[in-house]
Each structure stands twice: as structure tokens, then as C-alpha cells.
Design a protein around this ligand. Structure first.
Ligand code: C5P
Length: 393
């Protein structure tokens, strides 16, 4: 994401301590952050904490004479790309929904010239309280973006909806907020990760695919405005927010899940490192060590991507090719054989499990090499290319 100027409004909830970390993460991601706080927020965290982290004066008072025209409530939002209020307490949401202007944060929101985003944080009963739900509905109707809340253990000891999202989740959603909606209205189905082909009750054949590339692409498609379904092999990765994830183990299960979903998909991106073979003589129970080593018989798995690409009403299919040699030659042959309009070629030894990737995009127009970059940037580049091809169809 290109650097943005974020005006961060901190409300008076215990989650205010997480906003210190949020400030740090936003700065680390290259953004500029200016912080304003409500009076009650300063009871939880001192302004000096945010001042040190943001490198800017922290304002708490509508009557602060320091801004040049003595109008902090106007000036601060004029230089921001977004006003993010985190934590947004029930009281603040009530004030925002009704246009109250009785302190700096609420007045800034009323007088802003940039989008407003709120990350609610409160006890679960307060969250569910009908007036609070009415306020949230009103804010959404007014075009305010609501991040979360999350679900889980709360400072009050109860468990449920109302937690402020974690700082990294807010940064991720903010990234999506500013992304171009190139895939708006599209339904994207992806596969990611390895598959696991059982040998017996405790052993299996798998591979070193981490799922990082597929998950990064799922997030990039979501950020581009698509409705995303991710069919994932076993990865241990956190499910991306606002993405529907279906967990599978074997190639057969992956194919079943994909075929059940593909009819309502506009795009199918096959990132998974699907096992080419499964065990034919799979044992239900753990194989005991014996005199002779057991023989494992293999049989071929279905090629999920080729199956989908040859459907009469096939979605736009994007394949991946991980080769260890003759990359472009093998990859282009694969694209032709599987009848794919687009294929992403990468070197297996460089790509699998790594945080960075260097890929070449192959389509009917030829080869498009991309520089080595973090996988989330590779994913954004793939989405841009994909969206451009879709627009030409
Ligand atoms: O032929 P190869 O396995 O190298 O093709 C890689 C591409 O095909 C990837 O997009 C992968 O997700 C997909 N694939 C598949 N089902 C298989 C094997 C590969 O969908 N059984």
C-alpha cells in the first residue's frame, strides 16, 4: 500500500493500550500517524506514549491553542487520508451516530473531509445492546466503515463479540480499505497449501508448500473487492478475515470442495501444491513395524485445475507452475495442456515456504516477468494482471 496519512482517534476503553501497538505497526508499514484522544482515553494510556510512537503532537482538547488557526478540529482531518477511531467505545459510537460535537474526537469526525473508520471495543452486552446496534446500523448507513469487532476473551472476564480487532488485523483491513476494487462483484475460488495423502492412521505423504502464496492471493482478491472462497489444505495459517475458508486434507477432498463451489465462481485460482498421487493400499490402522519394509502403492490423483478448466462453463482459470528447471518452457507447456488463459510460473526451490517470490506471468500475449518481492506484493501484481485480462474478455 502506498503511504497514507492516518488520523487515529483513541477512545476511552481498555483496548486503548492496543492502539499504542497499532500506531507502531502503522508507522512500520510506512504510514504517517497523528493521534487524537478523548479525555477518558488519557486515563488508560498517557498522550506521551502516542506522541513518542507517532512522532507528532497528540491533541486531546478542542480548545488547544497550538494549531496555527486554533482549529484543531478542522486542521487535523484536512491532512488525513482516513480518520480511524480505535477503540471506538459505545459512547463514542452513540455520539458519532448522532452528530455530537462536544469534544475534539467527535467534532473532528463531524467536520472531517476524509473517510471515517471505527473499530468498536466494548463488553459483549454493551455491543449487543439494541441502542448500540442501532447506532452501528446508522453509522453504516451513513457510509462509515466498521472494522470488527472481534470475538473472544474480554477484559471484564466474559467471552464473546465486542473485542477490538488486533492491531495487525486493523492494519490488514486498512490495507484493503485503500486498495483499488478491481475485482468488485467477482466471485473468486482459490486452492492453497499442500494436500495430505494418508498412508495409515498417523502417517501420510505431503509436501513443503506453506500456503503463504495462496493465502496472500486470497487476501489480495478480497482487498480488490472480490467475494473469496479459499479451499485450503493443512497449513496451520490463520484464516484471512472476510474470506470463506473450507479446510480439506486430501486431493480428493479438495476436488470435491472445488467442484461444489465452482459453479458460482467467476475466477478459479489454483495455487495448491496438489499431490499427484495418493496411496492405493492405505491402512485404516497404524502399520506396525515388521520384518519387511511395507510397500506403498500409489495411484494418480485427479488434476483439479485441468478438470475445472475443461468444464463447459469454466470460470477464468489461473494456474501455478512450480518447476525446478526449464521453468518457462515447462510452464508454457502446462498452460497450453491445461487450457489456461493465465499461469504463474515460479521456481519451486525459491518459492515454496519462502516469504518472497519471483514469478513470471504467462498468458496468450506472452511472458511478463515480475521482480522478486514479498508474496503479498506478488499477489497484488497477479490480481492487477488478472483484472486487466478479465476486463478484456
Ligand atoms: O502439473 P502441475 O502439478 O505442475 O500443475 C500445477 C498446477 O495444477 C497448479 O495450479 C496446481 O494447483 C494444479 N494442480 C491441480 N491438481 C493436481 C495437480 C496440480 O489442480 N492434481
Amino acid at each position: 500500500m502506498t503511504a497514507k496519512r492516518i488520523l487515529l482517534g483513541v477512545g476511552g476503553g481498555i483496548a486503548a493500550y492496543k492502539s499504542a501497538e497499532l500506531t507502531r505497526q502503522l508507522i512500520k508499514a510506512g504510514h504517517q500517524v497523528e493521534v487524537v484522544m478523548t479525555e477518558s482515553a488519557t486515563r488508560f494510556v498517557a498522550p506521551a506514549t502516542f506522541q513518542a510512537l507517532s512522532g507528532h503532537t497528540v491533541y486531546t482538547d478542542l480548545w488547544d491553542p497550538r494549531p496555527s488557526n486554533a482549529m484543531a478540529h478542522i486542521e487535523l482531518s484536512r491532512r488525513a487520508d482516513a480518520f480511524l477511531i480505535a477503540p471506538a467505545t459505545a459512547n463514542l459510537l452513540f455520539k458519532l451516530a448522532h452528530g455530537a460535537c462536544d469534544d475534539l474526537v467527535s467534532t473532528l469526525a463531524a467536520a472531517r473531509a476524509c473517510p471515517l473508520i471505527v473499530a468498536p471495543a466494548m463488553n459483549l452486552q454493551m455491543w449487543q445492546n439494541p441502542p448500540n446496534q442501532r447506532n452501528i446500523a446508522q453509522l453504516e448507513a451513513d457510509g462509515v466503515t466498521v472494522f470488527g469487532p472481534g470475538n473472544g476473551f474480554q477484559a471484564c472476564g466474559e467471552t464473546g463479540d465486542g473485542r477490538m480487532l488486533e492491531p495487525h488485523e486493523i492494519v490488514e483491513l486498512l490495507h484493503g480499505f485503500f486498495a483499488d476494487k478491481r475485482l468488485a462483484g467477482k466471485k473468486v475460488l482459490l486452492t492453497a497449501g499442500p494436500t495430505y495423502e494418508a498412508i495409515d492412521a498417523v502417517r501420510g505423504i505431503t509436501n513443503i508448500s506453506s500456503g503463504k502464496m495462496g493465502y496472500a492471493l486470497a487476501r489480495a482478491c478480497r482487498d480488490a473487492g472480490a467475494e473469496v472462497t479459499l479451499v485450503s489444505g493443512p497449513t496451520g495459517m490463520e484464516a484471512p478475515m472476510n474470506v470463506r475458508r473450507l479446510d480439506v486434507q486430501s486431493a480428493a477432498e479438495m476436488q470435491q470442495a472445488v467442484l461444489a463451489e465452482v459453479g458460482r465462481s467467476d475466477v478459479f485460482i489454483s495455487v495448491a501444491a496438489v499431490a499427484d498421487y495418493r496411496v492405493k493400499n492405505r491402512s485404516e490402522h497404524k502399520i506396525k513395524k515388521g520384518a519387511a519394509a511395507p510397500t506403498i502403492e500409489l495411484e494418480e490423483n485427479p488434476d483439479i485445475l485441468a478438470t475445472v478448466a475443461s468444464l463447459p462453463a469454466a470460470p477464468f482459470c489461473v494456474g501455478f507452475a512450480a518447476e525446478s528447471q526449464n521453468l518457462l518452457e515447462f510452464a508454457e507447456a502446462k498452460r497450453k495442456r491445461k487450457k489456461l488463459p493465465m499461469l504463474v510460473a515460479n521456481l519451486a526451490q525459491q518459492a515454496m515456504g519462502a516469504d518472497d517470490n519471483q514469478v513470471v506471468l504467462l498468458d496468450d500475449a506472452g511472458q511478463h516477468p515480475l521482480p522478486q518481492m514479498p508474496k503479498d506484493e506478488v499477489a497484488s501484481a497477479i490480481v492487477r494482471h488478472l483484472a486487466a485480462l478479465l476486463a478484456k474478455r
